[in-house]
Write a protein that binds this ligand. Structure first.
Ligand code: SF4
Ligand code: SF4
Length: 191
């Protein structure tokens, strides 16, 4: 078996070790501090919460549920999101839908957001574009706050309804869902 000896790169390591390295680090801090104090360099620090950071459009933040054009919940309680969730933080209770042509709807739909790892698998698994992850990232709160997102919260919270407006309506209708299932294509087809 080949043995690899790992040694320090003499050109990169400082001869005086820890103390000199610390002083170099302090020098870098002092240099940056001075530059930013006299506004010779722009600071990368975001002045949260006065200034909001703009993440990319692909950022996956807090979830929301989409609606049908008539304003009802789009979810058909198929359990695919809950089954795919690695954190097992989605709870769904299905009920018979009063709408003709829709088999089920979620009587209860909850996400325990403290257990969620924001992997996006629920969004990917949904065949009818019923659950999406929005751009909200400010979710800090006190211990007594509710950390279980209920169906009403996922459907109707102000930050979503105001920013998305009509875009909260699912982009897929029933027929598109059946077409994609029959053709074997993955469930989500965003416009
Ligand atoms: S983002 Fe991942 S962990 Fe969070 S609810 Fe969806 S599937 Fe579960
Ligand atoms: S995968 Fe979509 S339709 Fe199925 S239960 Fe989850 S949110 Fe509802």
């Amino acid at each position: 078996m080949a043995v690899v000896n790992v040694t320090r790169n003499p050109e990169k390591s400082l001869k005086n070790g820890y103390l000199a390295t610390s002083l170099v680090g302090l020098g870098t801090t002092l240099k940056t501090f001075t530059k930013q104090l006299f506004r010779l360099e722009e600071s990368n620090t975001v002045q949260w919460p006065e200034v909001e950071y703009k993440y990319s459009d692909r950022f996956k933040g807090a979830h929301f549920l989409t609606k049908r054009p008539d304003g009802k919940v789009r979810c058909t309680a198929c359990f695919l999101c809950a089954t795919n969730c690695p954190a097992q933080c989605i709870t769904i209770v299905a009920g018979e839908s009063p709408d003709k042509g829709v088999e089920k709807y979620p009587v209860r739909f909850e996400i325990d957001i403290l257990r969620c790892v924001f992997c996006g698998y629920c969004e990917e698994a949904c065949p009818v574009d019923a659950i999406r992850m929005g751009h909200e990232y400010s979710m800090a709160g006190l211990a007594e706050d509710k950390w279980v997102y209920t169906k009403d919260y996922l459907l109707n919270r102000e930050a979503i309804t105001q920013t998305l407006g009509e875009k909260q309506v699912s982009e897929k209708d029933e027929n598109v869902k059946h077409d994609s299932v029959e053709s074997g294509l993955p469930g989500i087809h965003r416009k």
